[in-house]
Write a protein that binds this ligand. Structure first.
Ligand SMILES: Nc1ncnc2c1ncn2[C@@H]1O[C@H](COP(=O)(O)OP(=O)(O)O)[C@@H](O)[C@H]1O
Ligand SMILES: [Mg+2]
Length: 350
């Protein structure tokens, strides 16, 4: 394919989210591993306040967060005009247009992974690479995702949702007693373990709920599922391909932000150290969840495996970490698919 026929693919990075930094690492890895003979990466940076820019500097300046400079950035906005299917560039000398052949949001958490950006892209008629608006929104909401997974016949932890930060303390205590301790308190819609507490004692429940409310307007209380967390990378839309199952080995606490990005006291094993039939069962459950929650393109389905061998749903990450060391690419690598091949399949499928 000659250079002129290369498909223009926007890679959206940054974002008005507590996971801004993580997105910079993922987006750089995606840009660096894309097949530039077939695709022309168009880097679209979104700053912490939510402003969009066409970024024309070096991709290598993204991970260190030195991308957002006047010389390298042109303010941009999504055009709702489907005929254009692209962006409006506002360079100070009028409006220019930039049609796109596709867009891959490499954004994590709120305002990026939750269906909002997906909605804007769908409205603009720009082919979306990854989960659509509805499934992104469902997977972001831990309560909604639980309800749908349960509907598909998958075990889910017992849980209660708190919608009012002024909740009656008695009610909280009752729910705590029903779920038993330790239990997990989480913002309903967040990621990277922000705002999550493993609560060991009833006295600490109120503080944990207040902390979670700093990250979202709703909070979920979940019973602790014993055992360990396993993940499954799923790729595709009609026909699904699954990677090897991975396993998170914790030595203390839970998989919090520090552990996720430093692995100080925890390890990730790919493949998981479980019998092959169990891994197959987990892969099948992941496919059921992926379809049940309306996913497309790619997503990482996280579950727990109990000491009795039962599989429980945890969550779906519709835009999982995408650095060369992240779990999703590693599970695919263990199944024989390199990072480059993975991206080609993701972009090709779209
Ligand atoms: N119900 C639960 N039982 C046991 N561990 C849990 C439970 N919920 C969360 N955890 C622990 O907390 C971590 C973060 O929770 P998770 O729901 O995956 O949030 P995030 O979207 O921030 O990744 C998990 O990786 C796991 O270690
Ligand atoms: Mg998680």
């Amino acid at each position: 394919m000659d250079g002129k026929n290369r498909k223009k693919i926007a890679i959206l990075f940054g974002g008005c989210s507590s996971e801004y930094e993580v997105s910079l690492q993922s987006a750089y890895a995606v840009a660096a591993h894309m097949d530039t003979e077939r695709y022309e990466p168009v880097l679209i940076g979104i700053d912490r306040s939510g402003k969009w820019y066409l970024y024309q500097g070096e991709a290598s300046d993204i991970p260190g967060d030195c991308w957002c400079r006047q010389e390298t950035c042109i303010p941009a906005a999504v055009s709702p005009d489907q005929e254009l299917h692209g962006l409006l560039l506002l360079d100070g000398q009028g409006v220019k247009t930039l049609p796109l052949d596709g867009a891959m949001p490499v954004l994590h958490g709120k305002n990026g992974e939750d269906g909002t950006v997906q909605g804007a892209l769908e409205l603009a008629g720009i082919p979306l690479i990854g989960c659509n608006t509805m499934s992104s929104a469902i997977c972001m909401d831990k309560g909604m995702a639980h309800r749908l997974a349960k509907e598909c016949g998958i075990n889910v932890p017992r849980a209660f949702t708190v919608t009012n930060p002024e909740i009656n303390q008695m009610q909280l205590r009752i729910w705590g007693r029903e779920l038993g301790y330790p239990l997990f308190v989480k913002p309903l819609r967040a990621g990277s373990s922000f705002g999550i507490t493993k609560v060991e004692r009833a006295e600490d429940l109120q503080g944990a709920v207040a902390h979670a409310f700093e990250y979202d307007s709703c909070v979920i209380l979940e019973e602790m599922v014993p055992g360990f967390e396993v993940g499954c990378a799923v790729l595709g839309t009609e026909e699904l391909f699954v990677g090897e199952v991975d396993e998170i080995e914790l030595s203390e606490g839970f998989f919090d932000y520090t552990e996720k990005y430093t692995l100080k006291t925890s390890s990730i094993h790919v493949p998981a150290r479980i019998p092959q039939e169990k891994a197959k069962e987990i892969q099948e459950a992941a496919k059921v969840i992926y379809r049940g929650l309306g996913c497309s393109g790619f997503a990482r389905v996280d579950m727990f495996l109990t000491p009795e061998g039962e599989i429980y749903f945890n969550e779906v990450n519709t835009i999982p970490g995408f650095t060369a060391h992240s779990r999703y690419p590693n599970m695919m690598k263990a199944a024989g698919i390199s990072f480059e091949e993975l991206l080609s399949r993701i972009l090709g499928n779209a």
